[in-house]
Design a binder for this molecule. Structure first.
Ligand code: BGC
Length: 258
């Protein structure tokens, strides 16, 4: 079986760093045209686009939490490509670590706005087009924290659990129209979001003890699965969350005792 995205038009949000960047590069390697969305650091987005190659990538600025900006971004893609086949919602933040009774409401709300409303805002625009063309895939980048509670990150975990149910509901709505909606749930992937942890010896060891495979994931570990899910190889999959986590969701503390 050959996995190919030849001729597919894809938009990846938050594609100027981390997992989003690797997914954009992976989709392009599989043959897709890719739009690199960003909200900060335009030079990083340009660099990803240049790496993919002229004529195969473009950059699009939009804050995913802003309805007008997102509408304008999709309008640009309509003009450039006449439609969209794959949306990957990857833009995300984790906020500041603080107990629920200490965190300020603005920080809490912002995490939900970017991770959950932002994904919905983009999915809404994408689905309007995909339902009409009777094909397409929306892939939401969730987290193992859609099922694992995480002290200090109540907004993040709530946003990711919400994203899982958003995925299922949109999948149910879109399936009769030939459109698939899936979530990919990474575990501990080495990216800038968790640099504080992997750059500290004892914090890294604590994290590794939570991963049965005994290593942090690479962004390519996630990107390869994203390409598979976006392709026709996954044509009978919709609504589920696919964990790419080296076993983090397998209750590793139960490897012993119990
Ligand atoms: C977070 C990372 C964390 C991982 C495992 C991800 O969703 O973004 O910071 O290392 O979950 O806890």
């Amino acid at each position: 079986m050959k996995i190919s995205l030849d001729g597919k038009r894809a938009l990846v949000t938050g594609a100027n760093s981390g997992i989003g960047q690797a997914i954009a590069q992976g989709l392009a390697r599989a043959g897709a045209l890719v739009a690199i969305n960003y909200v900060t650091r335009p030079e990083a987005a340009e660099q990803v686009a240049r790496g993919i190659g002229a004529g195969k990538a473009l950059t699009v600025e939009a804050d995913v939490t802003d309805e007008r900006q997102v509408q304008a971004m999709f309008g640009k893609l309509d003009q450039a490509w006449g439609g969209l086949d794959v949306l990957v919602n990857c833009a995300g933040i984790d906020g500041k670590r603080a107990f629920g009774w200490e965190v300020d409401c603005e920080t809490w709300r912002r995490v939900i706005e970017v991770n959950l409303f932002g994904a919905f805002n983009c999915a809404r625009q994408a689905l309007q087009r995909m339902v009409q063309q009777k094909s397409g895939v929306v892939l939401n980048v969730s987290s193992v924290h859609e099922v694992i509670p995480w002290s200090g990150y109540s907004a993040y975990t709530a946003s990711k659990a919400g994203l899982a149910m958003l995925t299922k509901t949109l999948a149910q709505e879109a399936a009769p129209h030939g459109v698939r909606v899936l979530a990919i749930a990474p575990g501990a992937i080495r990216t800038p979001i968790n640099e504080e942890v992997w750059s500290d010896h004892s914090m890294l060891n604590d994290l590794l003890a939570k991963i049965p495979e005994g290593r942090m994931g690479s962004v390519e570990d996630v990107a390869d699965v994203a390409v598979l899910l976006a392709s026709d190889a996954a044509r009978y999959m919709t609504g589920s969350s696919v964990y790419v986590d080296g076993g983090m969701t397998l209750f590793p503390s139960f490897t012993h005792g119990g």
